[in-house]
Design a binder for this molecule. Structure first.
Ligand SMILES: Nc1nc2c(ncn2[C@@H]2O[C@H](COP(=O)(O)OP(=O)(O)OP(=O)(O)O)[C@@H](O)[C@H]2O)c(=O)[nH]1
Ligand SMILES: [Mg+2]
Length: 400
């Protein structure tokens, strides 16, 4: 199976923390994360790896944040691997949010919200201000545009990772901050929770710093948290979509094979209504003898040619009747049907087994989705606005 490509677009106002997130994510995942299944990220070339790492090292070693106002859009191509194989090739683009067309191909949209703006609980007045600062209106416009395009041309909506950066700046009050953030996000970006959406809300941080717009910090304070989860979510939601697509294709194939099988039965049934039938060797499945002419029928039920027999031969009439009976009996028992029918039933059996495998989550892709889901258990994921229940034994949210 070809390694799937996942197109990821990160949108955020200048200063929201997109570039820091990207480099922190690469650093964490290029080293690898391990908990049950392990995951590793690899840039497409040694030079690209060096560049991604260099920017992060500036922060981790010298306390200097990446250069601001990154030239955008800029795309990084990386391969995500689990312990066994390549899972997906991810194209991660930092997008300025000014050209809606470029977004159309995205499988996942990462909405980067500046956590420095969401630090304190919002009320009706401050919410309007915060919505302006995080660029909520533009994000909603772009999402509506995208959803509209997908509805028009068919296809699933891209999944959405709402990433709240600078989690170290989020005030910890009596109200649990993660729950408050989720409520806030739902009010600021309700479109992310509409029917048909698949959305993660993920607070991240590069470290615990004394401010939200510093250019230099003490490198000792660098301690990235959950920065790799948006990438794992993007790949998981893409695999999930491929799984749904394969299931739909299998169901279509099953319906088509069932139609063919009914048609074959109908034709055979009609043939049996004629005067006589003889089982023939060679490419023919069986033949009808009528008026001294034997007609052969090939796999798939197409008449192929007629051949003269030696007229009314008593023995042949006897053999024809016996074959007629045998085919009639066989029709009631799928295991012993005509070869063409047997082949149809074999393919139908294969397709039905694949459907069962996917339905019961026994196929490779379902296993990969489950394993990625285990890593994502600490953050809330919503389908059409409904929160996924955390997996049993999931780690608890960060407590600092
Ligand atoms: N407290 C805190 N500040 C952060 C964190 N991540 C980023 N910042 C601050 O946010 C600033 C902007 O981060 P960038 O990653 O450059 O943001 P950007 O979205 O790429 O910004 P532009 O390239 O200008 O569009 C940084 O210079 C830091 O001051 C974090 O985890 N915690
Ligand atoms: Mg930047």
């Amino acid at each position: 199976m070809a390694v799937p490509r996942v197109v990821i677009t990160a949108l955020g106002v200048p200063g929201a923390g997109s570039t820091t997130l990207l480099h922190a994510m690469y650093d964490v995942l290029s080293l690898g994360v391990s908990q049950g299944q392990s995951y590793y990220l690899r840039a497409e070339s040694a030079e690209a790896d060096l560049e991604l790492r260099r920017v992060w090292k500036l922060l981790a070693d010298e306390g200097r944040f990446p250069p601001r106002r990154t030239e955008r859009p800029v795309t990084h191509t990386m391969t995500l691997r689990d312990g066994r194989a390549d899972l997906a090739v991810a194209e991660w683009t930092e997008h300025p949010g000014d050209g809606a067309e470029q977004l159309a191909e995205s499988d996942t949209i990462v909405l980067v919200l500046d956590g420095g703006v969401l630090g304190d609980p919002l009320d009706d007045t401050t919410r309007v201000h915060a919505a302006g600062l995080i660029g909520a209106a533009r994000m909603s416009f772009l999402l509506q545009h995208l959803f509209g395009l997908r509805r028009e041309h068919g296809g699933a909506c891209p999944s959405i990772a709402v990433v709240v950066t600078k989690f170290d700046q989020i005030a910890r009050g009596p109200d649990k901050s993660e729950e408050r953030l989720i409520r806030e996000v739902r009010e600021l970006l309700p479109l992310c929770f509409e029917p048909g959406t698949h959305t993660m809300v993920c607070p991240v941080r590069a470290g615990v710093f004394p401010g939200a717009q510093l250019s230099r910090v003490d490198p000792e304070l660098v301690s990235p948290r959950w920065v790799h989860l948006p990438m794992l979510f993007a790949v998981m939601s893409h695999l999930d979509r491929l799984r749904a697509d394969e299931l739909a294709a299998c169901r279509e194939q099953e319906a088509a094979l069932e139609r063919d099988e009914r048609e074959l039965r109908r034709r055979v049934g009609k043939t049996l209504g004629l005067t006589g039938l003889a089982a023939l060797a060679g490419p023919w499945q069986y033949a009808v003898v009528r008026g001294g002419v034997a007609w052969g029928m090939q796999a798939g039920g197409r008449w192929i040619r007629g051949r003269r027999t030696g007229g009314e031969d008593r023995d042949e009439v006897g053999r024809t009747r016996a074959a007629f009976r045998r085919v009639g009996e066989a029709l009631g028992r799928p295991g012993r049907l005509l070869p063409a029918h047997r082949e149809l039933m074999r393919r139908l059996g294969e397709v039905r087994e694949r459907i069962r495998e996917i339905d019961e989550g026994r196929d490779d892709r379902s296993c990969q989705i489950r394993e990625l889901g285990e890593h994502l258990a600490p953050v809330p994921i919503f389908r059409s606005g409904r929160r996924r229940e955390p997996e049993a034994g999931a780690p608890s949210p960060p407590s600092e």
